[in-house]
Design a protein around this ligand. Structure first.
Ligand SMILES: [Zn+2]
Length: 281
């Protein structure tokens, strides 16, 4: 599942392509035909990412809400859109070319959304309800880490499960959580209430750092300079998620810091990865 940085990148990209002009929405697959009809002809005012939720705010108090879930995918392009391939839930195109450059074909954009968990039009109260059920998002300027700590400090639940719970912290997935816990030297099974305030402040600050870097680079890199392949004289990581990491999907491989084989375990149906030496308490 895409983590929060991917959604923040999409929000910025969609604002760049579509904001300030009317859009034309359609649902080639048909499942979002009614919603698309409500959005068509309205101006996209702004876009927003909140955790793993993507919001397009349109004039007239209509908000398109998208959650990609496990299988959702967004593609976009310039010029006339191609014939729809596969199950395109939502297609957006510019209603008219951008006037400032005389409207060549390069000023037209399209966007296709396939396989999302959620694609719906929300009213302002529904948007407020969505925000209310999400914890603070480390990528948002308005995030309040105190709200998350209020939950964590009262809970006997393992820290990894709390950080994966979107009502505690929004936007964090398995990579950010397992990597931030490694960098903090905290075992993933540590009960939330065993984390003191200073420890939480460091963990939150590190999530902000890692996630902000991921937005900039379009991939998740968590390894400090001294543990990069060049610095250690090791081969770069080969994995479909891309970046250099300490523990995520490295079971049995030597820890970059201490050489211990990385452990894997299960927590609430998800795989967890950690170093039993570096993350001892
Ligand atoms: Zn280690």
């Amino acid at each position: 599942m895409p983590e929060g940085h991917t959604i923040h990148r999409l929000a910025a990209r969609h604002a760049e392509l579509f904001a300030g002009r009317p859009v034309h929405a359609s649902s080639p697959q048909g499942r979002f035909a009614d919603g698309a009809a409500r959005l068509t002809g309205t101006v996209l005012d702004s876009t927003e990412a909140y955790g793993k939720h993507l919001l397009h705010h349109h004039a007239g108090e209509l908000t398109l809400h998208v959650h990609l879930g496990l299988y959702g995918k967004v593609t976009d392009g310039v010029g006339e859109p191609p014939e729809p391939v596969g199950q395109v839930r939502l297609r957006l195109t510019n209603d008219r070319p951008r006037p400032r450059r005389g409207g060549g074909p390069e000023d037209r954009h399209w966007l296709d959304l396939r396989g999302p968990t959620a694609c719906e039009v929300l009213t302002p109260p529904e948007v407020a309800a969505l925000r209310a059920r999400l914890g603070p998002d480390p990528l948002r300027a308005d995030a309040d880490p105190d709200r998350a700590y209020a939950r964590i400090s009262r809970s006997a639940t393992p820290l990894a499960a709390l950080l994966l719970d979107q009502s505690v912290v929004a936007g964090t997935g398995l990579i950010f959580v397992t990597e931030a816990l490694f960098r903090a030297g905290l075992p993933p099974t540590l009960p939330g209430r065993a984390l003191d305030r200073a420890g939480w402040d460091r963990l939150w600050a590190d999530l902000v750092t890692l996630m902000t870097l991921a937005v900039r680079q379009g991939r998740i890199d968590t390894v400090r300079d001294e543990h990069l392949p060049e610095a250690m004289g090791r081969e770069p990581r080969v994995d479909r998620h891309g970046g250099e990491v300490y523990v995520y999907r490295r079971p049995g491989a030597p820890c970059h810091v201490c050489g211990t084989a990385i452990s894997r375990g299960e927590l609430a149906g998800r795989n967890l990865y950690w170093c039993a030496t570096c993350q001892r308490r």
